[in-house]
Ligand binder design. Structure first.
Ligand SMILES: [Zn+2]
Length: 290
């Protein structure tokens, strides 16, 4: 079965989650190659196994090179493993979720976080897990569909996502901008929204070598305040570890981090010549109830 056919079947089973991003009507899969609504708005399934449901062409800074580097950082170098492990533990053991759960990752990038979380949840218990990832960057979704055919991958606008309202038990928003209106519209009553934000020490080695002192400090206070105002019963958890990267890992980190985009050539070379580096990882999990 080719990737497009497989994607068509997966979407057909979960078609009740989706709506036409133009008119809001239900979609159906036609001939295993398109999604079409009652008003004949049509969206073709890409041969790689995803659907582009965005209504406008968007160009982002996030190109193929960045997503390939991010994938390597996650999959090959295990940079985020402790974070994803704790996140999966929280979801699997602490949250009151049914055995049949649907997860939406808003701003999923190249999809590795969502795919790993789904794998861990299925592995740990007799659960049925539906994972949907959406991102505005087509280059990210193309990589996601290439490596993770078990999930549903969509290119789409995070402010007007092509999903029916209140269908997801869990919304994930990992190191990605928030849209609170979308959180509210997407999460099922009694479901959860989990946002991961960087802690003040995240990448501090990189930050302090790149910036002068005043910019070297990062604060997540505004983001946290906004989240806790929106979800008054927010549970927070701090995560701290040090990731050891080899030379190749440093190169991929530099490629994927927006922080490093404005670095001088001299500083970049200094980093790229290191044989290895210990990098501080600090995150905060914010868990809100829908
Ligand atoms: Zn339509």
């Amino acid at each position: 079965m080719n990737k497009r056919t497989r994607c068509a079947e997966r979407i057909h089973q979960k078609i009740y989650l989706l709506k036409c991003p133009i008119c809001g009507k239900s979609l159906r899969v036609v001939e295993q190659k398109s999604l079409i609504c009652a008003q004949k708005h049509t969206f073709d399934l890409a041969k790689q196994g995803y659907v582009n449901l965005s209504t406008k062409q968007v160009h982002t800074h996030y190109g193929k090179t960045l997503f390939e580097a991010r994938r390597k950082i996650i999959v090959d170098h295990g940079f985020f493993n402790p974070l994803i492990h704790i996140l999966s533990e929280q979801i699997g053991k602490q949250l009151n979720l049914p055995t049949d759960i649907s997860i939406l990752d808003l701003g999923c990038g190249e999809g590795s976080h969502l795919a790993k979380i789904c794998q861990m949840l299925i592995h740990d218990a007799s659960r049925s897990v539906t994972g949907c990832g959406i991102d505005i960057a087509k280059e990210g979704i193309q990589l996601a569909s290439k490596y993770y055919p078990e999930q549903i991958w969509l290119v789409g606008d995070l402010a007007q996502p092509p999903f029916k309202e209140r269908q997801f038990n869990l919304i994930l928003n990992i190191l990605s901008p928030s849209n609170y209106q979308t959180f509210d519209q997407m999460v099922k009553p009694g479901g959860y929204v989990i946002k991961v934000i960087p802690g003040s020490g995240y990448l501090k080695e990189l930050r302090s070598s790149i910036y002068e002192h005043d910019k070297a400090q990062y604060s997540n206070a505004d983001t946290r305040t906004l989240f806790t105002e929106h979800f008054p019963d927010t549970i927070t958890q701090n995560i701290h570890y040090v990731a050891h990267l080899n030379r190749e890992g440093i190169r991929d980190l530099i490629r994927m981090t927006p922080l490093a985009w404005n670095v001088s050539e001299e500083k970049r070379t200094q980093w790229l010549e290191k044989e290895s580096a210990d990098i501080t990882c600090e995150f905060e999990l914010l868990i809100g109830k829908g």
